[in-house]
Design a protein around this ligand. Structure first.
Ligand code: ACO
Length: 313
């Protein structure tokens, strides 16, 4: 069976921080409401003129610097995003160009909403089956602030910008994936425009909340069933960081150990596709991940889509 492993992680978080108090000067909200409902304290936002490709390139460079692989040997660069700067050129083509990658390296963007990183890893696993000797660079990068309506308090407080990247390669150690799309295309939407004079992200919050809780649990159970493992065998669970309350609800419902579940939504808000790899990069930098650890990841988002992956660090 062909499997995938992560060689190194990289990340790029924009320096500009928007606190809850900053937002309360823009819309009718307050720190107490946002923290109580979401666990979010702040989010990072790209500066004027800074693009998705800028942060994607920095995250990619960081991951490559940390990997002992020659960038010229990359078979592909895949960028998961729903907030590209342009329809074309793709973010991946721009990053490919800026890094001066080998012309034979495939550059591909993938929009899997908040499951983007999981779906990009799944795609990478398929490509690795065709060419097991060449590593792949998986990037997840979002400039969500570019599609947010900063007059809509129900959505603008939830999201943030950021990018993370993983150099991946074939592995002999098994990895498992689950994925699904469950209708309800009206629950979360974002029109394909960037003029900023029309509504941006729209969301039926409570419906998404309920879906998220059942979806995360379904992905965890399916991955455990596939792998024959128990939740107690997993060192780390990394859920899509949309709302701390969703993760706490899942922990309680599963009777799980909260120490297994990493959470950084308080610092970044919801960075969509970037949220899971950003968490992984932070865990890696903090020395929380050790070779041999089992890491289970779950995503959910617009579509409504869901997905998960279980691999060995
Ligand atoms: N500040 C203050 N009040 C607010 C704010 C705000 N930022 N936003 C909404 N309110 C008000 C509403 O207007 C409403 O007021 P009313 O009672 O007078 O009508 C009240 O707060 C309650 O609003 P609800 O929407 O019912 O609040 P809820 O408890 O459901 O929390 C939230 C909203 C945080 C969005 C929650 O539903 C949630 O987290 N849903 C899941 C969101 C999610 O996971 N999104 C990820 C999507 S996938 C992706 O990443 C793209």
């Amino acid at each position: 069976m062909n499997s995938i492993e992560i060689v190194s992680m990289g990340r790029c978080v924009p320096q500009r921080i928007l606190t809850n108090d900053d937002l309360s000067k823009m819309v009718d909200t307050n720190d107490e409401w946002i923290v109580t409902r979401t666990g979010i304290h702040q989010r990072h936002i790209v500066d004027e003129g800074m693009t998705n490709a800028d942060i994607a390139t920095q995250a990619a460079r960081d991951a490559l610097d940390r990997a002992s692989v020659d960038p010229n040997t990359l078979a592909a660069i895949i960028v998961a995003t729903f907030t590209p700067d342009m329809f074309v050129p793709t973010v991946s083509a721009t990053v490919h160009d800026r890094l001066g990658l080998n012309p034979a390296t495939l550059a591909l963007d993938l929009n899997g909403a908040c499951c983007g990183f999981i779906y990009a890893m799944r795609t990478a696993q398929g490509l690795l089956a065709l060419n097991p000797d060449k590593p792949i660079l998986v990037v997840a990068s979002e400039a969500v602030s570019s599609v947010l309506d900063f007059t809509d308090r129900s959505t603008c407080v939830l999201f943030g910008d950021g990018a993370a990247a993983a150099v991946v390669r074939s592995s002999d150690t098994p990895s498992w994936f689950v994925a699904g799309t469950r209708g309800r295309t009206d629950a979360i939407s974002c029109p394909a425009h960037y003029a900023g004079d029309k509504p941006g992200i729209g969301m039926k919050g409570q419906e998404v909340f309920r879906f998220a809780c059942t979806s995360i649990e379904r992905s965890i159970r399916d991955l455990l069933k596939q792998s024959g493992l128990a939740l107690g065998d997993i060192e780390h669970v990394v859920c899509h960081q949309a709302n701390g309350r969703i993760i706490s609800h899942v922990i309680k419902h599963l009777g799980a150990d909260p120490a297994q579940f990493f959470m950084d939504v308080g610092e970044y808000g919801n960075t969509s596709a970037a949220s899971i790899p950003l968490a992984l990069a932070d865990m890696d930098y903090q020395g929380l991940l050790h070779r041999g650890d089992r890491v289970l990841m779950t995503g959910f988002g617009a579509g409504l889509c869901e997905g998960g992956m279980l691999l060995t660090w």
